[in-house]
Design a protein around this ligand. Structure first.
Ligand code: B12
Ligand code: SF4
Ligand code: SF4
Length: 266
């Protein structure tokens, strides 16, 4: 098995096509907020972070694959003027996610060639995924903003994430200490039409951590999920690629208001 430093791994991930990349050691991830508070949060049945598996058995948090020691966090830039990258086409994933899958594949091939074990990580937590925003912070890509999203210095919140596990015990490449929210007067959280950030729903006392959803405990995932359901009901047919042989396919345009309200990366 070839030895790599975290910096070499980041370089390979960038050469594989990632817009940004970083490394998070899983011992650091186990201490990160989302990995600790999720079991203390009131039950939520939204897809993606449902704390029960497909057999409806309660999950005691994230399940760590045996042998996995580090996670490489891959970010792909989703510019606002290319909205299609983020549309969920029926029967397909988003074009942006497809790009991330290509990056992941290239990176994985290089790792396998070097004799390194890789671990696929699903998008949804209940299917073997990990919390990607916290992982990205530990990997040094940016911080969690008041919009409750990862904010990167280069692209703001306009990135989508993917993780791949490695059996290499690598040093985390973050956190970076970056924090554009401290002196920001934009008040992005007030731009949400659903009022998702309108009141404090989590406290440090109840979750046992000072790092809360929306930073101050005001991000209500149940209300945000109502917006997502409305977006699904409003899907409309369009071509996945220009002159696509498949013709128009139903596409869901999930809300990005809190993401686009942030001026970083514009
Ligand atoms: C389930 C899910 C949803 C659910 C529930 C969201 C939730 N936050 O609970 C719903 C459907 C509502 C949703 C909505 C959206 N989502 Co979503 N979602 C996910 C998913 C699958 C899991 C997220 C999760 O459960 N997190 C756990 C909860 C407890 O964490 P949390 O609310 O973020 O709160 C923690 C952080 O704020 C953190 N924190 C706060 N301060 C600090 C400080 C430090 C130092 C650290 C380390 C952490 C930290 O601690 C909090 C408590 O644990 C991830 C993919 C993945 N595998 O990670 C995508 C993901 C988070 N979603 C994403 C996006 C883009 C969206 C939407 C914009 C919709 C869209 N157009 O795609 C909205 C945005 C809502 C918002 N403002 O947060 C992106 C985020 C990219 C980015 N730049 O951050 C992800 C990573 C998927 C992707 N494609 O890359 N989502
Ligand atoms: S995704 Fe839309 S509904 Fe959800 S918090 Fe952001 S602005 Fe509000
Ligand atoms: S708009 Fe300002 S407060 Fe909101 S996430 Fe961006 S930098 Fe932070």
């Amino acid at each position: 098995m070839k030895k790599f430093t975290s910096e070499e791994i980041v370089r390979i991930a960038l050469e594989s096509g990632a817009s940004l990349a970083g490394v998070a050691n899983i011992e650091d991830l186990k201490k990160a907020p989302a990995f600790n508070v999720v079991t203390k949060m009131p039950e939520y049945n939204g897809v993606g972070t449902y704390m029960r598996d497909e057999n409806d058995t309660f999950l005691p948090g994230v399940v760590w694959p045996e042998g996995m020691k580090s996670v490489v966090v891959l970010a792909y830039y989703h510019p606002v003027n290319e909205p299609k990258l983020d549309y969920w086409f029926d029967g397909h994933t988003t074009p942006g996610n497809r790009k991330l899958m290509e990056v992941n594949k290239k990176f994985k091939e290089i790792m396998i060639e070097a004799g390194i074990e890789t671990y696929p990580l699903h998008y949804h937590i209940e299917k073997g995924g990990i919390f990607l925003k916290d992982s990205a912070v530990v990997a040094g890509l940016g911080c969690i903003g008041r919009n409750n999203l990862l904010v990167t210095p280069q692209y703001g919140s306009h990135v989508r994430l993917r993780g791949i596990g490695l059996n290499l015990d690598l040093q985390s490449t973050g956190p970076s200490g970056y924090d554009p929210c401290a002196g920001c007067e934009v008040r992005c959280w007030e731009k949400c039409a659903k009022g998702v950030f309108a009141k404090k729903v989590y406290s440090e006392e109840k979750l046992g951590r000072a790092e809360l959803p929306g930073r101050v405990g005001n991000f209500d995932r149940t209300i945000c999920n109502i917006q997502m359901k409305e977006d699904e009901a409003n899907m409309e047919p369009m071509e996945l690629y220009e002159n696509s042989e498949e013709g128009p396919i139903n596409a869901i345009k999930y809300c990005r208001v809190c993401e686009c309200a942030c001026p970083i990366g514009k």
